[in-house]
Write a new protein. Structure first.
Length: 143
């Protein structure tokens, strides 16, 4: 199950009547995020497989399955920055074990994003989800 912050986004999506409003909402979520420090926009944090420039930086506190997972991200495309904000809401504050248990595809399908993103954006979103899973998995393997 995703975090309470993601549930708030899902609730807000239900109140928005059309996809133009939903896209604006996602973009507004991205605008509200703190920009990533330019020094963190390096090859090691860049997400391959995205049409836009995307960087994800993990901040994991603790070790093993109970470690708390958070990450920060940024993109040069506003809609992608908004998608990062949705993922931040979905995963931040969960344990790494809970991150790996989230059915991200199912959660995003609740928003209808699986049907309303272009193929390139969908591929980029999958690449970001894969990076998040890899970061959480690596934390488990460090123990």
């Amino acid at each position: 199950m995703a975090s309470a912050a993601f549930e708030d986004i899902a609730d807000n999506f239900e109140f928005l009547d059309d996809w133009e409003d939903r896209y604006r909402y996602v973009i507004d979520l991205g605008r509200a995020m703190e920009p990533l420090d330019e020094g963190l926009k390096v090859a090691a944090t860049k997400v391959d497989g995205c049409a836009s420039q995307v960087w994800l930086v993990p901040v994991i506190k603790g070790q093993g399955a109970g470690a708390l997972f958070t990450f920060h991200g940024d993109s040069d495309a506003m809609i992608v920055r908004g998608l990062i904000a949705v993922l931040v809401a979905m995963f931040n504050g969960l344990t790494v074990q809970a991150v790996l248990a989230v059915d991200a595809g199912g959660e995003l399908a609740r928003l209808g994003l699986d049907q309303h993103l272009s193929a390139q954006r969908s591929n980029g979103l999958r690449a970001m989800l894969e990076r998040i899973r890899l970061l959480a998995t690596a934390t488990l393997e460090e123990v």
